[in-house]
Design a protein around this ligand. Structure first.
Ligand code: 9MR
Length: 397
């Protein structure tokens, strides 16, 4: 009797092991990581691979591939435009929540997390706000109150539905601005002074205590001279250090990752180093808007492969450097591409002299490019001891 019981148990065990070996059980096929999505592969490391979503493309019935890839390939989504102030409150006091709600619902249906973008930025502000300040009908005091109300209203509406909020975006100048010494730039700093940054984080925390609150900026993927007068990464590092010392509830720093093949590559160690330095301040990190554009020379536009191939290779290398650095640093919680296909990328509309493009991981016909395969291979081959599960911080009180 006993023997028979053991035999039964043994048979069950053998069957179970056999079943596990074919995980996931797709009709006897062995597990093939290359057939997995970027999102699924990232989750094995606790890393969320996401995309910005263009709502017009998502709703275009003639473009079903866009919706399919947005729904299936990624673990996380970001609103490319529809959570910006001009979209949410085009006329004063009248909110247009439709498109933003739709994205949040889409994410829920597809079991994706949402990066909220963006609560405070100097671009894409409603005209009623900027013109009111310009003509003096909105005072500085009223402006501060309007900002508090905006942050509170938006963060409360999506309370519990947003994983990470970009609370403040692009607050720091670039070396090509005037004056060239790095400084707090733009509408908010000019009208309220840099204190708006700490205020914004405190208001966001009060409205949504569980979301991770991020500062987000471009050109902070690696350190430069180390002098905050001309090294934007250093300037942001010093800023975050100060904010943390003051007890401001900032939980993360997002490096956007808008790179270009004409600028030369960072190496993985430079980027890893930057992530580690931010981590040492006690904050999470993320790549939030990755794309790698190229100049569209006449040869590229004419389809000359001798000009196209080196650009696709350099683009893939840049995407891969950021992915490897993110995998290597446990505070790096997410890797978001800023659009996934060249037919819906902001790049061609933005850079036209000289024209630029080829910035994403799929071509305009939704064929995965070399960059797609390279970041996928980074996710597949990454393992201990260099890659361990992420360490997410608790939202700071
Ligand atoms: O991709 C966005 C594009 O559709 C808008 O026209 C543009 C307006 O400024 O903003 C783009 O997204 C930006 C993001 O919100 C913040 N970082 C830079 C992104 C690219 O410009």
């Amino acid at each position: 009797m006993k023997v028979r019981r053991w035999m039964t148990a043994g048979a069950v065990a053998v069957a179970t092991v056999a079943a596990l070996n074919t995980v996931p059980a797709t009709a006897g096929k062995p597990y093939d990581p290359t057939a997995q999505t970027l999102g699924a592969l990232g989750l094995r490391h606790g890393l969320q691979v996401g995309t910005a979503v263009n709502m017009d493309a998502l709703n275009d019935a003639d473009d079903p591939q866009y919706r399919k890839i947005a729904a299936t390939e990624f673990a996380s989504v970001t609103a490319e435009n529809v959570m910006k102030w001009e979209s949410l409150e085009p006329t004063r006091g009248n909110y247009n929540w439709g498109p933003a709600d739709q994205l949040v619902d889409f994410a829920k249906r597809n079991r994706q997390s949402v990066r909220g973008h963006v609560l405070v930025w100097h671009n894409q502000l409603p005209a009623w706000l900027t013109s009111g300040v310009a003509d003096g009908s909105i005072s500085k005091q009223e402006l501060r109150e309007l900002l508090r109300k905006h942050i509170t209203t938006v963060a409360k509406r999506y309370k519990g539905k947003i994983w990470q909020w970009d609370v403040v975006n692009e607050a720091v100048s670039d070396p090509w601005d005037t004056p060239p010494t790095l400084h707090y730039k733009g509408f908010w700093a000019e009208n309220l002074g840099p204190g708006y940054i700490a205020d914004a984080f405190r208001w966001a925390r009060a409205a949504d205590p569980k979301a991770l609150l991020f500062y987000n900026d471009y050109n902070i993927e690696a350190f430069g001279s180390g002098n905050p007068a001309d090294d934007k990464t250093q300037f942001v590092y010093d800023m975050v250090k100060k904010l943390r010392a003051q007890g401001v509830p900032i939980d993360g720093v997002g490096a956007q990752g808008h790179l270009g093949t004409q600028y030369g590559n960072f190496n993985t160690f430079q980027v890893t180093e930057a992530l580690k330095k931010f981590t040492s301040l006690g904050v999470a990190t993320a790549f939030t808007e990755v794309d790698v554009r190229s100049q569209m020379t006449e040869g590229v536009q004419a389809g000359n492969s001798e000009e196209i191939n080196p650009r696709l290779q350099a683009s893939a290398a840049n995407f891969s450097v950021l992915m490897k650095a993110c995998l290597a640093v446990r505070s790096c919680l997410s890797y978001t591409v800023w659009g996934f296909s060249d037919n819906h990328s902001w790049v061609p509309g933005w850079f036209d002299d000289p024209p630029e493009g080829l910035a994403t991981i799929y071509d305009e016909n939704y064929q995965p490019k070399l960059a797609y395969h390279e970041i996928k291979s980074d996710l597949i081959f990454a393992g201990p001891p260099f890659v361990l599960p992420r360490l997410a911080p608790k939202p700071r009180r």
